[in-house]
Design a protein around this ligand. Structure first.
Ligand code: BGC
Length: 731
């Protein structure tokens, strides 16, 4: 009778026993998942492993229950399993279906700005903010956790990621995911793996040997998974060593076998190309099936299981993994429901704090900054600084439902689309901090007019912008639309010119030596204008550090030639151009600063670099090794005139050249003038090891290792050596 009441199909062959422990929150998610699985019919199982686009229908109609976001899967009401309401949420809850359908949402600064904070606690706070807003909007699966590394500073999605270093990326993404999931929703980590450029992302093969991949891109994922325990992993669009990531057994077995990932693997939208190879390789759910040539995990998977081309046990594993994650996250016991917004001021405060800590001061000559508070005439130029701050485009775009500016992108020959400016105009914030001054705004399109306005002003702040977006890489490292010429002319007219960059990537700066100050503000988020003004006027002492190297120009890159740029958007099944391969073996694991060290080429600004209005010194480095545990300790002192925050970094190098210099630790320390603090950091042994492909283990070669404390990857700093015995690390 109980079976009948629950509507269980007692005739189904797959209902082997009945056990309602899936309802019991006191047993483990594994037990609950197994119990729920056993209560399901075959059709119910098959229904859970393919999900639809939750927004505009590509084919057919939007599911009635879908909120209207990137993904939707119906769930199983009779077992109390909620539908999966999936929203993009890397930088805030994306709101592609229109601004009036959701609560007000908060846009964080770009992930590069977060990376520049070097502050895992801020990553956690940002994630928790997003998780809370998503829950109150009714979403239970957040497509977040972008963990790809910057292999090319022209990448259109670099702004969604945390830069070039696996330790920094792994720790920050891991904490962001932990923050999201602290709000009892599921987070993904994405895009697994090597989705490091947009050009041709749906056709290219990212080619890289296993050792190099394990020591770079995969290490970032490995660390983030350990810290954040995301419920799901999203595979990438590209092929990896010739095989699409969504059906790449070598790649997915690293995740599931070697790293013991127990959640579910979902595809990216339109990234599935076959049924049996994907199912056997380890894909657990097809996302946005309308974007694929066929709903591969719909009827074709049912038939493949029927034929036993895909074993029943594999289908059960797909379902069990998904169930495990939804039980573990808490979305079954406490489903998100649309409620009133939370404390939006507090949420905006988190966005502002991230921006204030992630804005990087790159140049400050003749004490140009901070700006004094008693200036008479300030000229602000360019980048629509009167209207807002730029944000990056694509699926991560957050559109606040309050007033916001929409500006049609000027044709640059490559990218097209709508640029969104978040409603936090720097001009207003500068005026607020300088009420006595005459503050004039000049659009900057007319270079001669901009230079004329700048002449004789007490301060000139030029805003320069580079819009980047998902689906497009940028053609080169130049600021678009003639801004270099504009800056050069303004700087020639007024030597006190300070340039504020709102960019998604490093840019070349042919005018660098002509300007007094340079501030990298990235895409600074919901309170970006206020954060920029706080830095310019010294209300906040800058502390951001570059999470990626700024090369001088594209000539310094491993692959200097420009891509054959076109949008990645082909129609499904009709890729925009033939397949091609990208050889990431050129630099291998030596991305960014490691590449510059290996090639002995000096970048414009190295990884880890950032100035402050005070000065710091690192001294007294000591390194100990006990039982394989390597600990570095040193002292940091504020030797300048103001309170400030330093981010000393520990690097390791193998004296036998098993690997080039690697970041092995970082910490933020806030010190008053004259204050000093002793720091201790334990080094993750994987950063002292190489990955042995034969045994699939991390191996420390016996020998001497240099350990250094530096203010950036290339700066001089105290050095110590440590001798290590041979060691094979437990898998
Ligand atoms: C992107 C993913 C995103 C998905 C859903 C894809 O095009 O690559 O990052 O989560 O769309 O919007």
């Amino acid at each position: 009778m109980l079976l009948a009441a629950l509507g269980l199909a007692t005739t189904s062959a797959s209902v082997v026993s009945f056990d309602d422990r899936w309802r019991d929150p006191t047993v483990t998610p594994d037990v609950r998942a197994q119990a729920a699985l056993q209560a399901m019919t075959q059709d119910e199982k098959l229904a859970l492993v393919h999900a639809r686009y939750g927004l505009q229908p590509v084919h057919g109609r939007k599911a009635a229950d879908a909120i209207g976001s990137a993904g939707f899967a119906p769930g199983l009401p009779r077992l109390g399993l909620p539908p999966l309401q999936e929203s993009d949420a890397g930088l805030g809850v994306a709101n592609p279906s229109g601004i009036d359908r959701l609560n007000e949402v908060t846009a964080l600064p770009s992930s590069l700005a977060l990376g520049a904070t070097f502050d895992p606690a801020l990553a956690h706070a940002g994630g928790a903010m997003i998780g809370g807003e998503a829950r109150r909007a009714g979403f239970n699966v957040l497509l977040a956790g972008g963990a790809n590394l910057t292999r090319d500073p022209r990448g259109g999605r670099n702004f969604e990621y945390l830069g070039e270093d696996p330790l920094l990326t792994g720790r920050m993404v891991g904490e962001a995911i932990a923050g999201i999931q602290s709000q009892r929703v599921v987070s993904t980590i994405k895009h697994f793996a090597l989705n490091d450029q947009e050009t041709g992302r749906i056709v290219l093969s990212a080619d890289l040997g296993e050792r190099a991949a394990r020591e770079s891109d995969l290490l970032a994922f490995e660390l983030a998974l350990e810290i954040g325990h995301p419920g799901a992993v999203m595979t990438s669009y590209n092929r990896v060593n010739g095989v699409y990531a969504s059906q790449n057994a070598a790649l997915l077995s690293i995740l599931k076998r070697d790293w013991h990932f127990d959640g579910w693997v979902m595809s990216d939208w339109g990234a599935v190309h076959d049924t049996v190879p994907a199912a056997l390789a380890g894909l657990d759910q097809e996302s946005g099936e309308e974007f694929d040539d066929e709903p591969y995990f719909g009827a074709p998977l049912a038939a493949a299981v029927e034929r036993n081309d895909v074993p029943q046990a594999r289908l059960d594993d797909m379902v069990r993994r998904q169930l495990r994650s939804v039980f573990a996250a808490g979305i079954v016991d406490d489903p998100p429901r649309r409620t009133r917004p939370g404390d939006l001021e507090a949420d905006a405060g988190i966005a502002r704090t991230i921006a204030e800590n992630g804005i990087v001061l790159l140049r400050n000559e003749r004490g140009a900054l901070p700006l004094p508070r008693d200036l008479h005439r300030i000229v602000v130029i360019g980048a629509h600084a009167d209207r807002g701050v730029l944000s990056g485009g694509g699926s991560s775009q957050v559109t606040p439902s309050g007033a916001f500016s929409l500006i049609k992108e000027q044709a640059t020959g490559v990218t097209s689309g709508l640029k969104f400016y978040l409603p936090s105009p720097p001009l207003a914030a500068i005026r607020a901090l300088s009420p006595q001054a005459e503050v004039q705004f000049v659009a900057g399109d007319d270079h001669a007019a901009a230079a004329a306005a700048a002449r004789g002003a007490d301060a000139v702040v030029v805003f320069a912008e580079q819009w980047t977006a998902e689906s497009y890489d940028v053609p080169d490292m130049s600021l678009p639309t003639g801004q270099d010429d504009m800056i050069a002319r303004v700087a020639a007219a007024n030597p006190r010119t300070v340039v504020v960059l709102e960019t998604g990537n490093p840019v070349a700066m042919p005018w660098r030596d002509k300007v007094a100050g340079i501030v990298e503000a990235w895409y600074p988020g919901a309170r970006g204008g206020e954060a920029i003004a706080d830095i310019l006027f010294g209300r906040v002492n800058p502390s951001g550090r570059l999470p990626m190297t700024f090369p001088q120009d594209v000539g310094q890159l491993p692959r200097p030639a420009a891509h054959d740029l076109r949008s990645t958007q082909g129609s499904p099944g009709a890729p925009y151009k033939p397949r091609f391969d990208v050889d990431y073996g050129i630099e291998g694991a030596d991305i960014g600063y490691k590449w510059h060290l290996r090639q002995r080429i000096v970048p414009l600004y190295p990884f880890g670099f950032g100035l402050s209005f005070t000065r710091f010194a690192e001294t007294g480095l000591a390194v100990t090794s006990e039982g394989g545990r390597v600990v570095a300790s040193f002292e940091v002192a504020n030797i300048g005139p103001r309170a400030g925050t330093d981010t000393p970094q520990i690097y390791v190098e193998s004296e036998d050249r098993h690997f080039v210099r690697r970041l092995a630790g970082f910490v933020r320390v806030t010190l008053a003038p004259g204050e000093r603090q002793r720091i201790e950091m334990t080094i993750d042994p994987r950063l002292l090891a190489t990955f042995d492909e034969a045994t699939k283990r991390w191996v420390i070669a016996p020998g001497r290792y240099a350990v250094s404390a530096r203010s950036d990857a290339l700066a001089d700093g105290p050095l110590a050596t440590v001798t290590l015995a041979a060691q094979s690390l437990a898998p």
